[in-house]
Design a protein around this ligand. Structure first.
Ligand code: OXD
Ligand code: MN
Length: 601
């Protein structure tokens, strides 16, 4: 299957809607002069355009149409096998000084990097069509919303951006014709999809992104990780708001009381599942609704934090998704979806490990090879993905388009930890909560290239996504707390703790509602908790565990503190802070000492 494709020749009246903004026109001209495309296609995001590009995509073997009876209006794309995940080692923050990028980012000099990238882009789109995608991040009438333009030579990127962002006239109109208005410039070229010429570079001071050599979503849908998180966090620090790697969900009690919660988990730790949680039968009348599954932009209003989801769709991990694990995700991806790197069945359906029902007797795997259940390889890549519009979600929150955002009652940090971390606990105050976020860690997954299963510190799940110095980022968080009269309460959760037999102690999925309920109760003033050295912990009877099929001793273990493990954990926090080379605010260093003191006392 292809990523790279020759130029298309659109019919008259298509691909010719140039915006009026002179700054955009000049920039597109500049990039065209450099990359030398056969033609320029100005996207307007319309249905007709999408249909045309889907047809061209099929003709050029970039997407395969799936069986309309099985998955209506949906397509499969297979990426180059060398290009299946984000590439953190080739992701750069190109601030004028290395200090601005800080100790957790790969930095490169902006001048040298522009020169190198321009060299790679020279003539790179010869014989190809250059698409110009106008889009906005955020609801159309939100003060937080940002305009972006992405140039790309990939039809797959255009098709995916139409799902993941609000694309077309809405962006052109919002930008208007003020040549000085703020907007993000994104340039993407597949080049020859060679890992040796793969660079994802951010120039925050110029509000510019250049991504070359990859076709994988996280590297090339420049709206998402690049703009909404890396450039977004840089702008948020300057402009006094927060751009976070967080889902946003609403939870409504049977009495109609509603809270919104934002939660940060590292990649592939179940954010989409949590954001679409289906409460167990025992929680009849409780409703969970999704505002966003990956990114939250939050601003302060009236002393409270309000969040919007800047995206328009979900780009989620497919394997493991089933009616049993996440029926709402299954319904969301049952139509109008682009799948990447899953298996294709003989009847034109998609299949992946963990899907309901038996595996197909024969399929074509994600590499395009014959596959049977006896094959040693996986049929779907572990990081295979769906891109689906949020409107497909049966539990989409009614306030998702609200420009001012939704008020956040609680912030949750969490990671994938086999030991040490209890099921849930609450920070003693905001700065302690920032410390919990700053020291959170998780076992690595397939969402990024590299070893899987190693514990790595991932502050606020932003390690790969913070577009500036992590010490300044922590300081920004502390400062934001100081401006909040009604700050969200902060919690830490861990769905992944294992017993001595190596099995998960907690069932997760819908039963996470039991933890969410305790969190909401705490937000409403419940005193069902005990103070511990690490913060407020529920006792087993503080959680609603009715009709839960988990032995009581597991619950005790899930809520327990193993002092030896915590000694190791606190030493790891110290080592992590030290590894950041003196940028960590003293408030957080003090927090670590206080936890250590509380363990002694
Ligand atoms: C994602 C990620 O794709 O975090 O959301 O990697
Ligand atoms: Mn993510």
């Amino acid at each position: 299957m292809n990523d790279i494709a020759p130029a298309i020749s659109p019919p008259a009246g298509m691909g010719d809607k140039k915006p009026r903004n002179q700054a955009v026109l000049d920039w597109v001209q500049e990039v065209a002069t450099l990359t030398q495309p056969e033609n320029v296609f100005w996207c307007d995001g319309s249905d007709g355009e999408n249909q045309y590009l889907l047809e061209q995509g099929q003709r050029q073997n970039i997407v395969i149409k799936l069986n309309d009876q099985k998955v209506p209006r949906s397509y499969l794309h297979r990426s180059n096998p060398n290009d299946v995940a984000r590439v953190e080692q080739f992701t750069f923050i190109c601030t004028p000084t290395k200090e601005e990028a800080g100790p957790t980012n790969h930095w490169s000099d902006p001048g040298e990097t522009y020169t190198k990238l321009h060299g790679l882009l020279k003539g790179a789109m010869r014989g190809r069509t250059m698409f110009v995608i106008p889009y906005i991040m955020g609801p159309p009438d939100s003060p937080l919303t940002k305009v972006g333009f992405e140039i790309t030579d990939s039809i797959y990127v255009v098709l995916s951006m139409r799902i993941m962002t609000r694309m077309g006239a809405v962006a052109v109109n919002r930008l208007g014709d003020n040549a000085k208005a703020e907007w993000n410039r994104g340039v993407h070229s597949l080049l020859d999809i060679n890992p040796e010429r793969r660079f994802i570079c951010h120039f925050p001071q110029d509000n510019t992104i250049i991504s070359v050599g990859s076709g994988y979503g996280g590297n090339v849908l420049l709206s998402k990780k690049c703009l909404a998180l890396r450039i977004g966090s840089y702008l948020a620090n300057k402009q006094g708001w927060l751009a976070e790697h967080m889902l946003i969900l609403g939870v409504e009690s049977p009495q109609g009381r509603k809270h919104y919660v934002a939660a940060a988990f590292p990649s592939a730790c179940g954010k989409t599942n949590f954001a679409m949680l289906i409460p167990p039968a025992h929680f009849q009348g409780w409703k969970v609704t999704t505002v966003g599954d990956d990114i939250a932009w939050m601003q302060i209003r009236d002393g409270r934090l309000y969040a919007v989801n800047p995206e328009n769709g979900y780009f989620g991990v497919v394997p493991g998704t089933s009616y049993k694990s996440n029926a709402n995700a299954m319904k969301s991806i049952a139509h109008d979806t682009i799948y990447t790197n899953v298996a294709l069945t003989d009847d034109g359906d998609v299949w992946w490990e963990g899907k309901d029902g038996p595996p197909p007797a024969h399929a074509i795997d994600w590499r395009g090879n014959d596959w049977t259940p006896a094959s040693p390889e996986k049929a779907a890549h572990p990081n295979s993905r769906f891109a689906t519009p949020m409107q497909n979600n049966p539990v989409l929150d009614p306030n998702v388009e609200k420009g001012e955002g939704v008020p956040i009652s609680a912030i949750i940090f969490g990671g994938r930890r086999s030991d040490t971390m209890p099921l849930v606990f609450q920070a003693l105050d905001w700065v302690h909560g920032v410390y919990l976020g700053a020291t959170m860690a998780s076992e690595t997954t397939a969402a990024a290239t590299g070893a899987v299963g190693q514990v790595r510190r991932d502050p606020m799940a932003m390690l790969p996504f913070c577009g500036y110095n992590i010490g300044d980022y922590f300081r920004h968080w502390i400062r934001v707390g100081g401006r909040l009269e009604n700050a969200p309460l902060i919690f830490h959760v861990n769905w992944f703790r294992k017993g001595e037999d190596g099995k998960f102690l907690w069932p997760g999925f819908g039963d996470n509602m039991r933890v969410l309920k305790w969190i909401i109760d705490r937000c409403e003033g419940s005193d069902a908790a005990v103070e511990s050295p690490i913060g407020w912990l529920p006792r087993p009877h503080d959680l609603d565990l009715d009709e839960l099929d988990v032995p009581h001793e597991n619950v005790i273990e899930l809520l327990g503190l193993d002092h030896e493990q915590w000694k190791t954990e606190l030493a790891a926090h110290e080592k992590f802070f030290e590894s950041l080379g003196g940028v960590v605010p003293k408030e957080l260093l003090e927090q670590r000492e206080r936890v250590a003191e509380r363990f002694k006392g």
